[in-house]
Write a protein that binds this ligand. Structure first.
Ligand code: P53
Length: 470
């Protein structure tokens, strides 16, 4: 058995996808509060005005805001060592640029962390998980404006001081590398208006790097025991063929999408290939020597990532088939099966990825999202037989085991959506990831009752045997 005794087993969520209570106790609207539900074939609609006659999934989520005790008790029953959650920025600073924090919002997370402590669960907090206060988008276009750096750092400082004895593990930005794609423009960077081009996106990303680095430094001053990490969506890429042109195209795609942000966070410097990319594409960034110094001084303590799928890259698009649900123009891998949402399932790719990342960075790694989004059927007796989810998770845990044997310093695993929640990409409830089923549908109907799926008992036994009994 290779899992270390202190391995952090657990699950992950994000505030905007589970809390609900979107305007309760002083909370302001966040960007996702302006997004309606969609599906694989229908993009989520974003509206500047919130039309209360329409259904916005984040407004009620799974009402974790009122069910947190019950939900955390269920996580504890599975034996969770860690629970990854995010703090809704607009619950603490309703507009993002407010002078004072909202006490009722701060008090909510005190209750959540106290509940975790009661069960011996360590919280892992994402400071910003695609949920900027809407006002920051509207007034400043989010991180496109440098002033948002200060708003973010002020938010981080507030929660660091408040929870310094309750939270040890922090992540600065969820899936920051999505900022390199149009996909990340609104939800991650907060660009609401006007053009969302590369120039603007890379400037916003730069501002986020400064915000992250300053936050890491500040966090270590507030509590030297803090462990502060970065978080990327790692979309592992293979060349579609062994044609050198495909291999090269794959390397270039890896640099831009998978390596750039991690290199800045971990090494504290812009990599040469991005400097070249900026020159080639006429991108000029406002980066002061002071910014670069801050980035160098605020490198992260550990590296975390989400891992759901892998994709293939070809120099010429016509060399292969595009898979329906695959983002980023990836190609179909004939050796892999796909989920109902078109994501290519690749457990062996996780071992490959862990080795690749550890080789590159040599700091502790954590897989903070992984899982299978699937439609679940509730049987007449209330049971949910999700053996497809167990198979997916089991195979990924086996590959983590092998990566540990390879010598990779992997410190934890939090599967995504440990309780069913609103899908980030599509806004659906139907795309479920949980060990715990929540009775709610895509139009917002349902009792919100929680029930255990077969995967609940499976994961419980995995944790109890520290990964031995799969
Ligand atoms: P959903 C795409 C590809 C990889 C990760 O995604 C992604 C996305 C966005 O859809 O995002 C992360 O809910 C994200 C979570 C999200 C989860 O993956 O679209 O951090 O907020 O819910 C799963 O199936």
């Amino acid at each position: 058995m290779t899992f270390p005794t202190n391995f952090l087993w657990g699950g992950a969520t994000a505030a905007n996808q589970c809390e609900g209570a979107w305007d309760l106790d002083g909370k302001g609207a966040s960007i996702p509060d302006h997004m309606m539900g969609g599906s694989l074939h229908k993009q989520r609609e974003f509206t500047k005005e919130i039309d209360l006659d329409k259904y916005y999934p984040s407004h009620s989520g799974i009402d974790f805001y009122h069910h947190y005790k019950e939900d955390i008790a269920l996580f504890a029953e599975m034996g969770f060592k860690v629970f990854r959650l995010s703090i809704a920025w607009s619950r603490i600073f309703p507009n993002g640029d407010d002078a004072e924090p909202n006490e009722a919002g701060l008090a909510f997370y005190d209750r959540v962390f106290d509940e975790c402590a009661k069960h011996g669960i360590e919280p892992l907090v994402t400071i910003s998980h695609f949920e900027l206060p809407y006002h920051l988008g509207e007034k400043y276009n989010g991180f496109a404006d440098r002033r948002t750096i200060d708003f973010y750092v002020n938010f981080a400082e507030t929660i660091f001081n408040r929870y310094k004895n309750k939270v040890k593990y922090w992540l600065t930005f969820n899936e920051i590398n999505f900022g390199t794609l149009p996909f990340g423009g609104r939800s991650l960077l907060g660009i609401i208006d006007g053009k969302d081009d590369e120039q603007r996106r890379y400037q916003a990303l730069h501002n986020m790097f400064v915000a992250s680095a300053r936050t890491v430094k500040l966090g270590h001053q507030i509590n030297p025991d803090f462990q502060i990490g970065c978080m990327l969506a790692y979309i592992t890429m293979y060349p579609l063929t062994c044609a050198p042109a495909d291999v090269l195209a794959c390397q270039q795609m890896n640099q831009k999408l998978n390596w750039f942000c991690g290199d800045v966070h971990v090494k504290g410097e812009y990599p040469f290939y991005m400097e070249n990319y900026f020159t080639q594409h006429g991108i000029t960034l406002e980066r002061s020597p002071e910014d670069l110094k801050e980035i160098k001084e605020g490198t992260v303590d550990f590296y975390t990532f989400s891992y759901y799928m892998t994709t293939c890259i070809a120099a010429e698009a016509e060399n292969g088939d595009r898979t329906g649900g695959n983002l980023f123009g990836g190609m179909k891998n004939p050796y892999l099966a796909t989920s109902e949402w078109g994501w290519q399932i690749d457990p062996v790719g996780l071992r490959y990825t862990l080795n690749q990342l550890y080789d590159r960075y040599q700091i502790p790694l954590m897989v903070v999202e992984n899982g299978l989004g699937a439609v679940d059927e509730v049987e007449a007796d209330g049971a949910i037989h999700d053996e497809y989810r167990i198979d997916y998770l089991r195979q990924h845990v086996q590959e983590m085991d092998k990566a540990l044997e390879d010598g990779v310093d992997l410190i934890g695993y939090t599967s995504w959506g440990c309780i069913d929640l609103v899908s980030g990409g599509t806004g659906e409830m139907a795309k479920r990831y949980g060990f715990i089923y929540v009775d709610k549908d895509d139009v917002g109907a349902g009792s919100l009752k929680r029930s255990k799926k077969d995967s609940f008992d499976w994961y419980k036994q995995v944790i109890a045997t520290n990964g031995e009994n799969l």
